[in-house]
Design a protein around this ligand. Structure first.
Ligand SMILES: [Zn+2]
Length: 109
């Protein structure tokens, strides 16, 4: 399942995609993905654009500074937040707490 962005006008979660446009059935707003204003172009390992609130999976074991173990490949991370910088995903990983990940090591769910 692809996660669609909420409507930027009314925040409805019932949006759908139609011929490259996102459509909101509640307020009738139509917009293009590039209109979604995060100011950041963050893409996952497959080149799919990520947005705030997306869920991703980690595609390789990631060593964590100060932690005894690594974040395992396949770990699901919910509700990411895009940030600027080398580690461009701000998130909370179960068992590890808040941390930053690189988008190239995750895949959008
Ligand atoms: Zn709407």
């Amino acid at each position: 399942m692809e996660t669609l962005p909420n409507c930027p006008m009314c925040q409805s979660a019932y949006t759908y995609e139609d011929r490259g446009l996102f459509v909101c059935p509640e307020c009738g707003h139509e917009w293009q993905e590039s209109d979604v204003e995060t100011g950041l172009d963050v893409r996952d390992a497959n080149g799919n654009p990520l947005t705030d609130g997306d869920s991703v999976t980690v595609i390789k074991d990631l060593k964590v500074k100060g932690a005894s173990g690594a974040i395992k490949q396949g770990t699901k991370v919910k509700n990411i937040r895009l940030v600027e910088g080398d580690h461009n995903i701000d998130c909370k990983v179960d068992g590890f707490g808040p941390m930053k990940l690189k988008s190239e090591f995750v895949k959008k769910l």
